[in-house]
Design a protein around this ligand. Structure first.
Ligand SMILES: NC(=O)c1ccc[n+]([C@@H]2O[C@H](COP(=O)([O-])OP(=O)(O)OC[C@H]3O[C@@H](n4cnc5c(N)ncnc54)[C@H](O)[C@@H]3O)[C@@H](O)[C@H]2O)c1
Length: 402
């Protein structure tokens, strides 16, 4: 599309005023690139609570009410539960609003295409935000890997531990739709929070040609399951391999101002390594980035390693881009589809005993939501495994060697 930046502050509305609003709002507060004109949420309590930040903004119970009010809106910050993303975004693009959508984009490729088509048809921008791309220690990690300081990248590792104790309060209503997602095969660890890790992998080392996965299930309460332990490995088109291990430690206390998520990224270079020690939580209390090369360890003590700052900077980047055209814009709808394909390839691999799956070759067919979640797409194995598929029940359902 041909986008012309606004020559005045962008008129924006928040759609969804739940838990993550607390961090997304940081890109908007005190920002001369934007004027917040509306707040939308069916919950009267949420509207009243958030109105304290924006006393001048009008409030509405739905996006449709806002659209029919006659109030002029340029862009919306969409913070809806994931099951509402696809229909909600298509509707809002249709109203003529640019959309900044929280990740994960949506649950399947058909919905993703519907969203991209709606953006094209309405000549509006669909951005899928990923605040991790604005987390300063990760940005520095990327710069170090690209600088040659640790030699050539020979591999990397990501780690994520969800702990049962610590962190901020998450209302039960925020978990309810996550449980719904889990029942559809889109769990909170691999798909929801995991989306960020998959994004960082593509951002760091480019397109992915093969994914292998073993996705587990842990019942943590009656009717409450989490998708761990899980292990996902992959190879980028440039030959670099990554591995990500995901675990739950129910009894562990993790100091965190936000979610209790202990995370690590470690890039191994031919002559050293670089490691981000934490992100969402405050697990390792060392400097957030350490770089080892040539027998010396370098520690970064002054990075802005508050996870919330990544939301602030992601939001500011979007609003600056709309207002002034300063770019390139991180991260487009098409790039988000690559992340979705990465996740779906992991599910397809796991359902088929861990074989290699090429994310670019996933084909999703129409069917019931349950089919779409489990067996509704055909994949082409990255290697010719037709012979070894014999006797694999799940594989026969899911895979079609082409
Ligand atoms: N970037 C991150 O690290 C991060 C962290 C947490 C959540 N998220 C994402 O943010 C989004 C929201 O998550 P959350 O934890 O804030 O959820 P939440 O359940 O706390 O908040 C969702 C809000 O949307 C409102 N809502 C429901 N239907 C609506 C409708 N039709 N129109 C307008 N508002 C409606 C609800 O009343 C609620 O206030 C999800 O996509 C989630 O995956 C991202």
């Amino acid at each position: 599309m041909t986008f012309v930046p606004y020559d005045r502050p962008v008129r924006a509305a928040f759609i969804g005023l739940g838990r993550i609003y607390d961090l997304n709002v940081r890109g908007y507060l005190g920002n001369p690139d934007v004027e917040v004109v509306a707040l939308v949420d069916p919950s009267e309590e949420r509207r009243a609570q958030r109105q304290a930040d924006w006393p001048e903004a009008a409030t509405f119970a739905s996006a449709a009410e806002l659209a029919s009010s006659g109030l002029e809106v340029d862009a919306v910050e969409v913070l809806l539960p994931v099951p509402l993303h696809a229909d909600g975004v298509v509707e809002m693009l249709g109203f003529g609003w640019h959309v900044n959508l929280q990740k994960p984009m949506c649950n399947d490729l058909l919905d993703a295409q519907r969203m991209l088509d709606a953006a094209e048809a309405s000549d509006r921008i669909l951005r899928v935000m990923d605040n991790y791309l604005f987390y300063e220690p990760l940005r520095k990690l990327k710069a170090v890997a690209e600088s040659g300081e640790i030699g050539q990248t020979v591999g990397y590792h990501m780690k994520m531990v969800g702990t049962g104790n610590g962190g901020w309060d998450v209302p039960w209503s925020s978990f309810e739709w996550q449980m719904e997602q889990m029942k559809r095969g889109r769990g909170i660890m691999v798909f929801d929070d995991g989306w960020h890790k998959l994004t960082t992998a593509i951002w760091l080392f480019g397109p992915i040609r093969e994914v292998r996965a073993w996705i587990g299930n842990l019942a943590v309460g009656p009717g409450i399951d989490l998708d761990a332990p899980s292990t996902i490995i992959w190879e980028h088109e440039n030959g670099v391999r990554g591995v990500w291990d995901i675990t739950i430690a129910m009894d562990m206390y993790l100091r965190s101002d936000y979610y209790t998520n202990d995370e690590r990224w470690e890039v191994t270079g031919s002559k050293g390594f670089a490691r981000v020690n934490r992100c969402t939580g405050r697990g390792i209390q060392q400097p957030s980035l350490e770089v080892y090369a040539d027998g010396e360890m370098r520690s970064y003590h002054a990075l802005d390693d508050d996870w919330a700052s990544s939301f602030r900077d992601s939001g500011r980047h979007w609003l600056r881009w709309l207002h002034s055209g300063d770019g390139p814009l991180l991260w487009s709808g098409d790039e988000a589809v690559d992340v979705l394909r990465f996740a779906l390839a992991a599910y397809a691999s796991s359902a088929s005993g861990g074989i290699g799956v090429d994310p670019a070759k996933l084909v999703q067919t129409r069917g019931t939501p349950a089919q779409a979640a489990s067996v509704g797409f055909e994949v082409r194995p990255a290697h010719d495994l037709a012979g070894s598929l014999d006797g694999l029940d799940a594989g026969e359902d899911v895979l079609q060697a082409q």
